[in-house]
Design a protein around this ligand. Sequence first.
Ligand SMILES: Nc1ncnc2c1ncn2[C@@H]1O[C@H](COP(=O)(O)OP(=O)(O)O)[C@@H](O)[C@H]1O
Ligand SMILES: [Mg+2]
Length: 322
Amino acid sequence: MDRTIAINVSHLCKSYDGHKAIDDLSFHVYAGEIFGLLGPNGAGKSTMLRTLITLLHPTSGAATVLGHDTVREADVVRTLFGYVPQERAIDRFLTGREHLELLGALYHLTKEEAARRIAELLKLVELEAHADRPAKTYSGGMKRKLDIACGLLPDPKILFLDEPTLGLDVPSRLRIWEYVRMLKARGMTVLMTTNYLDEADQLCDRIAIIDGGKIKTLGAPAELKIALGGDIVSLTIKETARIGALAAAVTGQPAIRTVNTTATGLDIRVESAEKAIPAILDAANRLGCRLEFIDYHRPRLDDVFIAHTGRSMKDDLPTKEE
Ligand SMILES: Nc1ncnc2c1ncn2[C@@H]1O[C@H](COP(=O)(O)OP(=O)(O)O)[C@@H](O)[C@H]1O
Ligand SMILES: [Mg+2]
């Protein structure tokens, strides 16, 4: 793989009225990779992307895109990327094709060039048959495809995707993953954000897990899982009021590494499930906790998230998108 650094972020901070939305982020993205920022709502993912696209100025620290500083050389940086925002801008009476034509004019493409690229992109995202219908009649998946076509219109080297599949149904999500993989195969560098663990796991070459504006861990999903080691034992218990007591009872037992409480039970990192399960069941019995469900597995990406943030992404209450 090409080890050229396409995007470099160094000690970047961004505060809103004294609140640190991103707090000392440092990472780099190699040319040609799909890099994911994974984190719950409010983690600072969109703020990070908006800084890279020169829309926000960092409070401190710096970032470069293909070697160009996002503040001092903002004009150059703006010619290098395509951007697909989190919130949909597409809700007008314009047709899909007209959206792209309008954008082509903004990018100063010649009529011929715009027509050629628009035809190509409509084909890529499978919207040819719907190109001349008002975009407000599109399904969520079709709107997202049009968003992506808009992001690709300037023929960028780098694509920033903010939550590309948020709220889409499974088939639409899978189609979008396919496009992203195809773009990578064509040599594009992709920096995307997601709050879907499976998306980060299956689509990204490397990810940074961010929470509360900070990077908690960074690496290839497979490496992050291997690094946890051992097995994960997950318990769901009926007496949720006793979760804390059960956690205290199993903590420090032989073969048990770490214990995390969840909304419905415990996630326990163990040396080996065979050694640890008898002790866990014993403790549950003593405390009168009835087990609803017990499962053990090799570490998954959600276990990586829990190990590094001390909480589960699934425990996040759904919050309204702004
Ligand atoms: N324009 C803004 N003004 C004030 N606070 C903001 C603004 N944008 C984002 N924030 C806050 O910064 C934090 C990070 O937000 P954001 O980058 O949108 O997170 P994410 O994209 O990971 O959900 C949140 O606490 C959010 O409320
Ligand atoms: Mg966001």
